[in-house]
Design a protein around this ligand. Sequence first.
Ligand code: NAD
Length: 463
Amino acid sequence: MNTLSVMNPANGEILRVLPATTPDRVAFRAQAARAAQPGWAALALTQRMGCIARFREGVVRDQELLARVMTQETGKPIRMSRNELGSLLGRIDFFLAQVEATTATETVFDADGMIEQISHPPLGVVVNISAWNYPWFVGCNVVVPALLTGNAVLYKPSEYSTLTGLELTRLLHEAGVPQDVMACVVGGSGTGAALLAQPVDGVFFTGSHATGKHIAQQLAGRMLRLQLELGGKDPSYVCDDADLQAAVASLSDGAMYNTGQSCCAVERIYVHARIHDAFVDRFVECVGSFRRGDPLAEDTYIGAITRPQQLATLEAQVADARTKGAKLLLGGGRGAGPGNWFEPTVLSEVNHTMELMREESFGPVIGIQRVASDDEAVRLMNDTRYGLTAGVYTCDAERARRILAQVKAGSVYWNCCDRVSPRLPWGGVDDSGVGLTLSTYGIATFTRPRAWHLRAPEPITRS
Ligand code: NAD
């Protein structure tokens, strides 16, 4: 039998061995979802909302158990697991508050016997292939609005967060979502490929650019909705008038939170030459104070690296940067095993010939580059194939707006970073992806707006 071994990345122990979903079983689930979806869509919206509200109650009730499961299989520090589950509640509340207005039928014209309306039926059966780094966020960004709007969902959590995916599915079933409307399949890339072979109406993917591009190629020619939430190389620029201490505190957290394994982690820092040295000294001091250790310990800030393959990427980026003249100020290598560990690492004197400043690190590694002007900062921030987020630190609101208006990114930040809001659309430009989740756009995307042209018959006049 094909199996999936779930490993604890903090100590290398096998937590569970699960049967992987076979291609036959994936096809069966897809057929069952197709059959069940019309009944789910035909329910009153309030009934679907009731299920999601009960799901929310389940998350609250089981929060500590869910946090521990997530921490054990991903190496995320326990306090950050609790934070993710706590913040998830705000996302669910947003979807519950907005779904009715976003999907209500609109009358956009009514004159001379002609009525024009827009209704919002669901897409039908949608696939969600998901990442592991914020498994509750990225799973629920798709699953919750998809279900609320009347879709059936075929969900594949990452092979690095499968236990969490199974918990998410359990809570939805307990909350009243039928098994055939919400199905979780277990496995890695092969199971994902089997899902894509099914006749579905939408594919919503969160993961790396390489896999996203592969999926887009696989689906070429298929008339379905495709959304890809991919990686980034997110820059921040610290202007010479910034509040230095606040910028240091914000950016060290933005670069190292979740052990740097966030799609919107700060991955490049540019600092104005006038304050560069002072910034670097304080930044190194701040990051050096972060405690690395057992992810289940309350005071751990830096946890394990979830995917073992990432260790080689981080090592290669550090080595490449040092060969090309970067100065290593902190960390720089793997931590002692068992498990997957990397030291929080800071490099200065970096430039864009280095992989460190060009390709996603997805770990606790950051380069800081000196710039002479705002123009140079903007040019470097835009010197990337990605475009997920970008930020600027300055006390001058106009300067911030001027800089951010020129930056290529789906989300821009003034005096903050690594932040996602349920009220705002979330998506990238260029190689960071296509489509939007969150905000009311992230609800509407699970519907297929239908145009109604309605002419009432002329009253029949009899002579
Ligand atoms: P990944 O691309 O390795 O895997 C993502 C998912 O795709 C997994 O479920 C995996 O099993 C599946 N998959 C892999 N090959 C497949 C194939 N051939 N067919 C179908 N499915 C396949 O990414 P990851 O390591 O899980 O996640 C990290 C990446 O995700 C980072 O690049 C990060 O920036 C990105 N990310 C982006 C966002 C966002 O909102 N933009 C959010 C979280 C993570």
